[in-house]
Design a protein around this ligand. Structure first.
Ligand code: SF4
Length: 187
């Protein structure tokens, strides 16, 4: 933020005035406590989960007319109770950065470049690859025991998944016969 000489004098005057009023014995705590509220007073608060690590801290995202205005730790969340680390505090940068990936990208085997693809194309390709790999690696029986598993696919979960999503993903993987299941979140 650029601060002109005029702005600097205004800010200095307000700070000096605030100190002076305090010196007179007025308690400004209630006024100061209201200041952060004003910016988000008419915003919509949407609770979400930090996508970065396995702690799964709760975050409130504030939006106004579809625009992101601010974010802060969710005081009602049982894990972080309003606190956030530096990564979680900067989470809005994911939304604001011009480096954000907003479309599926595909890099063909052996290629050195990414191509934009539609979600339909991408999901069909993933389904084809899963089917091909499962068919090629499925083991029905081992040492006379029915095992019905595939060693050719692994499943990795992440902290951005909630309990229900992780449960469904786990069921889906088991139904395919996947035995290599891992999850990045460990709480
Ligand atoms: S705020 Fe920090 S500690 Fe909490 S989930 Fe995000 S990265 Fe992890």
């Amino acid at each position: 933020m650029r601060v002109s000489r005029r702005d600097f004098l205004k800010i200095s005057g307000i700070a000096a005035g605030s100190l002076f009023v305090r010196e007179l014995g007025f308690n400004l705590d209630a006024v100061e406590a209201k200041v952060p509220e004003l910016k988000i007073a008419s915003c919509k608060a949407t609770p979400t989960i930090c996508p970065y690590c396995s702690c799964g801290c709760g975050i409130l995202i504030y939006t106004k007319s579809g625009k992101l205005i601010g974010s802060e730790g969710d005081p009602d969340h049982p894990i972080n109770q309003g606190a956030l680390c530096s990564k979680g505090s900067a989470v809005r940068q994911i939304h604001e950065t011009d480096r954000r990936v907003t479309k599926p990208l595909y890099r063909a085997p052996g290629s050195d470049r990414w191509e934009e693809k539609s979600w339909d194309w991408m999901l069909e390709r993933i389904a084809e690859r899963v089917k091909e790999t499962r068919d090629a690696t499925f083991v029905r029986e081992e040492n006379g025991i029915i095992v019905n598993r595939t060693d050719g696919i692994a499943n990795l979960g992440g902290a951005a998944l909630d309990n229900e999503e992780a449960y469904l993903l786990h069921k889906f993987a088991r139904a395919l016969g996947i035995t290599y299941l891992e999850h990045q979140a460990r709480i």
